[in-house]
Design a protein around this ligand. Structure first.
Ligand SMILES: [Zn+2]
Length: 100
């Protein structure tokens, strides 16, 4: 589908980006409750408007515990050279992999 500037989809992606930024900021300040809430809202937006989250957005939170992932705080990144994948490990034990 062609992306027009100012389209609804673009607006949703912008809002998701803002919410994930807020989530990360909240977690940095130790506000876990708000962090989870922002991630929840971002995910609900993408589901509601049928906008699949972009790869870089999906790397920014944990699917299983709903917390934003901040590398060096509650997330670890490992590079798997053999499979050419980046593995994001959350403090809850869940892992996500992304090809690079
Ligand atoms: Zn997690």
């Amino acid at each position: 589908m062609a992306e027009r500037p100012g389209s609804l989809r673009e607006l949703i992606y912008e809002r998701i980006d803002i919410l994930l930024n807020l989530a990360a900021a909240a977690l940095r300040h130790g506000e876990e409750k708000y962090a989870k809430r922002y991630v929840y809202l971002a995910r609900r937006l993408s589901a509601r408007y049928n906008c699949r989250m972009r790869k870089e957005d999906r790397a920014r939170f944990c699917k299983s515990c709903g917390m934003p992932s901040i590398v060096g705080m509650n997330a670890k990144v490992r590079l798997r050279k053999r499979t050419r994948a980046a593995e994001y490990l959350c403090s809850c034990g869940a892992a996500r992999t992304f090809k690079y």
